[in-house]
Design a binder for this molecule. Structure first.
Ligand code: MG
Length: 258
Protein backbone atom coordinates (compact mmCIF):
# COMPACT_ATOMS: atom_id res chain seq x y z
CA UNK A 1 0.00 0.00 0.00
CA UNK A 2 2.72 2.38 1.01
CA UNK A 3 4.70 1.75 -2.17
CA UNK A 4 1.57 2.45 -4.23
CA UNK A 5 1.15 5.74 -2.38
CA UNK A 6 4.78 6.66 -3.01
CA UNK A 7 4.44 5.71 -6.66
CA UNK A 8 1.34 7.90 -7.02
CA UNK A 9 3.16 10.72 -5.28
CA UNK A 10 6.14 10.37 -7.60
CA UNK A 11 3.92 10.29 -10.70
CA UNK A 12 1.93 13.34 -9.65
CA UNK A 13 5.07 15.32 -8.98
CA UNK A 14 6.12 14.60 -12.56
CA UNK A 15 2.85 15.91 -13.97
CA UNK A 16 3.22 19.18 -15.74
CA UNK A 17 1.45 22.28 -14.49
CA UNK A 18 -1.82 22.93 -16.31
CA UNK A 19 -5.39 21.79 -16.83
CA UNK A 20 -7.42 19.22 -18.74
CA UNK A 21 -10.87 20.37 -17.61
CA UNK A 22 -10.85 23.65 -19.53
CA UNK A 23 -12.54 24.23 -22.92
CA UNK A 24 -10.77 23.22 -26.12
CA UNK A 25 -8.96 26.06 -27.86
CA UNK A 26 -10.88 26.65 -31.12
CA UNK A 27 -9.23 24.93 -34.08
CA UNK A 28 -6.95 22.79 -31.90
CA UNK A 29 -7.01 19.50 -30.02
CA UNK A 30 -5.71 21.21 -26.89
CA UNK A 31 -7.48 22.45 -23.82
CA UNK A 32 -6.72 25.96 -22.60
CA UNK A 33 -3.49 25.60 -20.55
CA UNK A 34 -3.34 21.90 -21.46
CA UNK A 35 -0.76 20.15 -19.29
CA UNK A 36 -0.14 17.59 -22.07
CA UNK A 37 0.46 20.07 -24.89
CA UNK A 38 4.06 19.55 -26.02
CA UNK A 39 6.71 22.03 -24.94
CA UNK A 40 8.43 23.79 -27.85
CA UNK A 41 12.08 22.89 -28.45
CA UNK A 42 14.78 24.96 -26.83
CA UNK A 43 16.42 27.42 -29.17
CA UNK A 44 20.07 26.80 -29.94
CA UNK A 45 21.97 28.65 -27.19
CA UNK A 46 24.45 29.97 -29.75
CA UNK A 47 21.64 31.78 -31.53
CA UNK A 48 20.34 33.60 -28.46
CA UNK A 49 21.44 37.19 -28.61
CA UNK A 50 19.67 39.89 -26.64
CA UNK A 51 19.01 42.97 -28.76
CA UNK A 52 19.52 46.37 -27.16
CA UNK A 53 18.38 48.56 -30.04
CA UNK A 54 18.04 52.23 -29.16
CA UNK A 55 14.79 54.02 -29.96
CA UNK A 56 14.77 55.17 -33.58
CA UNK A 57 13.67 58.63 -34.67
CA UNK A 58 9.94 59.11 -34.19
CA UNK A 59 9.64 56.44 -31.51
CA UNK A 60 7.90 56.99 -28.17
CA UNK A 61 10.36 56.09 -25.42
CA UNK A 62 8.24 54.27 -22.82
CA UNK A 63 11.04 54.03 -20.28
CA UNK A 64 14.33 55.84 -20.38
CA UNK A 65 15.92 54.19 -17.33
CA UNK A 66 15.01 57.06 -15.01
CA UNK A 67 11.37 58.04 -14.85
CA UNK A 68 8.58 55.42 -14.77
CA UNK A 69 5.85 58.01 -14.28
CA UNK A 70 6.62 59.90 -17.50
CA UNK A 71 4.76 57.50 -19.79
CA UNK A 72 2.93 55.12 -17.40
CA UNK A 73 0.08 55.19 -14.94
CA UNK A 74 -1.27 52.60 -12.52
CA UNK A 75 -4.24 50.34 -13.31
CA UNK A 76 -7.38 50.39 -11.20
CA UNK A 77 -7.18 54.10 -10.55
CA UNK A 78 -4.30 53.65 -8.12
CA UNK A 79 -2.36 56.85 -7.62
CA UNK A 80 0.97 57.33 -9.37
CA UNK A 81 3.21 54.55 -10.58
CA UNK A 82 4.09 52.08 -7.87
CA UNK A 83 6.83 50.44 -9.91
CA UNK A 84 10.29 51.08 -8.59
CA UNK A 85 13.15 52.46 -10.66
CA UNK A 86 16.34 50.66 -9.70
CA UNK A 87 19.69 50.75 -11.50
CA UNK A 88 18.05 51.86 -14.75
CA UNK A 89 15.32 49.20 -14.60
CA UNK A 90 11.63 49.48 -13.89
CA UNK A 91 10.68 46.84 -11.28
CA UNK A 92 7.08 45.56 -11.09
CA UNK A 93 5.41 46.42 -7.77
CA UNK A 94 1.87 46.38 -6.37
CA UNK A 95 -0.25 47.13 -9.49
CA UNK A 96 -0.39 46.62 -13.20
CA UNK A 97 0.44 49.73 -15.18
CA UNK A 98 -0.43 51.03 -18.63
CA UNK A 99 0.83 53.70 -20.95
CA UNK A 100 -0.71 57.15 -20.87
CA UNK A 101 -0.67 57.17 -24.67
CA UNK A 102 -2.74 54.92 -26.91
CA UNK A 103 -1.40 52.97 -29.86
CA UNK A 104 -2.69 51.02 -32.87
CA UNK A 105 -0.33 49.05 -35.11
CA UNK A 106 3.23 49.27 -33.83
CA UNK A 107 6.77 48.03 -33.50
CA UNK A 108 7.80 47.47 -29.87
CA UNK A 109 11.19 46.86 -28.33
CA UNK A 110 11.46 45.81 -24.70
CA UNK A 111 14.08 44.17 -22.52
CA UNK A 112 13.17 42.27 -19.35
CA UNK A 113 14.70 39.94 -16.81
CA UNK A 114 13.49 37.61 -14.07
CA UNK A 115 12.96 38.70 -10.47
CA UNK A 116 15.89 39.12 -8.11
CA UNK A 117 16.46 36.10 -5.85
CA UNK A 118 14.02 33.82 -7.65
CA UNK A 119 16.88 31.85 -9.20
CA UNK A 120 17.92 30.84 -5.68
CA UNK A 121 14.40 29.96 -4.51
CA UNK A 122 13.20 26.57 -5.72
CA UNK A 123 9.60 27.38 -4.78
CA UNK A 124 9.53 29.90 -7.60
CA UNK A 125 8.56 27.83 -10.60
CA UNK A 126 6.00 27.48 -13.38
CA UNK A 127 3.56 30.39 -13.52
CA UNK A 128 5.12 31.72 -10.31
CA UNK A 129 8.58 32.19 -11.79
CA UNK A 130 8.76 35.87 -12.69
CA UNK A 131 5.36 36.25 -14.29
CA UNK A 132 4.42 39.48 -16.01
CA UNK A 133 3.06 40.19 -19.46
CA UNK A 134 2.78 42.78 -22.16
CA UNK A 135 -0.88 43.50 -22.84
CA UNK A 136 -1.35 45.09 -26.23
CA UNK A 137 -4.39 47.34 -26.14
CA UNK A 138 -4.63 46.24 -22.47
CA UNK A 139 -6.33 43.14 -23.87
CA UNK A 140 -3.99 40.79 -25.73
CA UNK A 141 -1.13 39.29 -23.71
CA UNK A 142 2.35 38.35 -24.77
CA UNK A 143 3.56 36.31 -21.82
CA UNK A 144 6.61 37.31 -19.80
CA UNK A 145 7.90 34.44 -17.62
CA UNK A 146 11.19 32.78 -16.74
CA UNK A 147 11.12 29.32 -18.35
CA UNK A 148 14.88 28.97 -18.50
CA UNK A 149 14.82 26.24 -15.86
CA UNK A 150 11.23 25.50 -14.91
CA UNK A 151 8.36 24.55 -17.20
CA UNK A 152 4.68 25.38 -17.26
CA UNK A 153 1.78 24.65 -19.61
CA UNK A 154 2.97 25.36 -23.14
CA UNK A 155 0.37 28.04 -23.92
CA UNK A 156 1.43 29.97 -20.82
CA UNK A 157 5.20 29.83 -21.18
CA UNK A 158 7.58 32.61 -22.13
CA UNK A 159 6.49 34.43 -25.32
CA UNK A 160 3.25 32.44 -25.51
CA UNK A 161 0.05 34.02 -26.74
CA UNK A 162 -1.35 33.33 -23.30
CA UNK A 163 -3.97 30.60 -23.27
CA UNK A 164 -3.81 30.19 -27.03
CA UNK A 165 -0.49 29.48 -28.65
CA UNK A 166 2.95 28.39 -27.41
CA UNK A 167 6.02 29.99 -28.98
CA UNK A 168 7.99 28.16 -31.68
CA UNK A 169 10.99 27.93 -29.35
CA UNK A 170 11.91 28.31 -25.71
CA UNK A 171 14.34 31.18 -26.25
CA UNK A 172 14.91 32.11 -22.59
CA UNK A 173 18.27 33.30 -21.42
CA UNK A 174 19.36 32.00 -18.00
CA UNK A 175 17.61 33.55 -14.97
CA UNK A 176 18.62 37.14 -14.19
CA UNK A 177 20.13 37.64 -17.63
CA UNK A 178 18.32 40.14 -19.83
CA UNK A 179 15.94 39.03 -22.57
CA UNK A 180 14.68 41.09 -25.49
CA UNK A 181 11.36 41.09 -27.32
CA UNK A 182 11.11 42.73 -30.73
CA UNK A 183 7.48 42.79 -31.67
CA UNK A 184 5.41 43.69 -34.70
CA UNK A 185 1.83 44.22 -33.61
CA UNK A 186 -1.23 44.59 -35.82
CA UNK A 187 -4.43 45.61 -34.07
CA UNK A 188 -7.71 43.86 -34.85
CA UNK A 189 -10.20 45.63 -37.10
CA UNK A 190 -13.92 45.78 -36.47
CA UNK A 191 -16.84 47.03 -38.53
CA UNK A 192 -19.45 49.41 -37.15
CA UNK A 193 -21.53 46.54 -35.77
CA UNK A 194 -18.56 45.07 -33.93
CA UNK A 195 -17.95 42.24 -36.40
CA UNK A 196 -14.27 41.26 -36.63
CA UNK A 197 -12.91 42.24 -40.04
CA UNK A 198 -9.40 41.03 -39.21
CA UNK A 199 -7.95 39.54 -36.04
CA UNK A 200 -5.01 40.89 -34.04
CA UNK A 201 -1.66 39.61 -35.32
CA UNK A 202 1.79 39.42 -33.79
CA UNK A 203 5.36 38.57 -34.70
CA UNK A 204 7.82 38.20 -31.83
CA UNK A 205 11.58 37.87 -32.00
CA UNK A 206 12.97 36.86 -28.61
CA UNK A 207 16.72 37.20 -28.08
CA UNK A 208 17.17 37.25 -31.85
CA UNK A 209 15.07 34.10 -32.47
CA UNK A 210 11.64 34.29 -34.11
CA UNK A 211 9.22 32.71 -31.65
CA UNK A 212 5.86 33.93 -33.03
CA UNK A 213 5.53 34.37 -36.77
CA UNK A 214 2.67 36.68 -37.76
CA UNK A 215 0.12 34.64 -35.82
CA UNK A 216 -3.46 35.56 -35.00
CA UNK A 217 -5.02 36.05 -31.59
CA UNK A 218 -8.26 34.10 -31.45
CA UNK A 219 -9.56 36.74 -29.04
CA UNK A 220 -8.66 38.61 -25.85
CA UNK A 221 -6.34 36.93 -23.34
CA UNK A 222 -7.83 35.33 -20.28
CA UNK A 223 -7.24 32.56 -17.74
CA UNK A 224 -8.77 29.12 -18.46
CA UNK A 225 -11.11 30.44 -21.17
CA UNK A 226 -10.93 31.96 -24.66
CA UNK A 227 -13.38 34.87 -24.68
CA UNK A 228 -14.56 36.20 -28.06
CA UNK A 229 -13.45 39.50 -29.58
CA UNK A 230 -15.28 42.55 -28.40
CA UNK A 231 -15.14 45.75 -30.44
CA UNK A 232 -12.84 48.39 -28.99
CA UNK A 233 -11.12 51.60 -30.00
CA UNK A 234 -8.58 51.64 -32.86
CA UNK A 235 -5.90 52.80 -30.42
CA UNK A 236 -5.49 51.79 -26.79
CA UNK A 237 -2.70 51.82 -24.17
CA UNK A 238 -0.14 49.05 -23.67
CA UNK A 239 -0.40 47.33 -20.29
CA UNK A 240 2.28 45.66 -18.19
CA UNK A 241 1.04 42.96 -15.85
CA UNK A 242 1.82 42.77 -12.16
CA UNK A 243 1.46 39.11 -11.19
CA UNK A 244 3.11 39.39 -7.78
CA UNK A 245 6.66 39.10 -9.08
CA UNK A 246 9.22 41.94 -9.23
CA UNK A 247 10.09 41.41 -12.90
CA UNK A 248 12.39 44.07 -14.33
CA UNK A 249 12.04 46.03 -17.58
CA UNK A 250 14.33 48.42 -19.40
CA UNK A 251 14.80 50.08 -22.79
CA UNK A 252 11.18 50.11 -23.89
CA UNK A 253 10.07 51.99 -26.94
CA UNK A 254 7.27 51.99 -29.48
CA UNK A 255 7.24 53.07 -33.09
CA UNK A 256 3.71 53.59 -34.29
CA UNK A 257 2.84 52.50 -37.80
CA UNK A 258 0.97 55.09 -39.78
MG1 MG B 1 1.55 36.90 -17.47
Amino acid sequence: MRSLFLLTLAASSLLAEGYLDTPLIPGTQWHVHDSTRPQPPRADKEKLKVTTTAAPAGAVVLFDGKDAAAEWEADNGAKGVTWEVKDGSMVARKNGIHTKKSFGDLTLHVEWRSAEGYDKNEKKKGQGNSNSGIFFMRTYELQVLDCSKTETYADGMTAAIYGQLPPLFNACNPSREWNSYDVEWTAPRFDQDGKVLSKARITVVMNGVKVQDNVEYIGPSSHKVNPPYKKHADKLPIGLQFHGDPVEFRNMWVLEKK
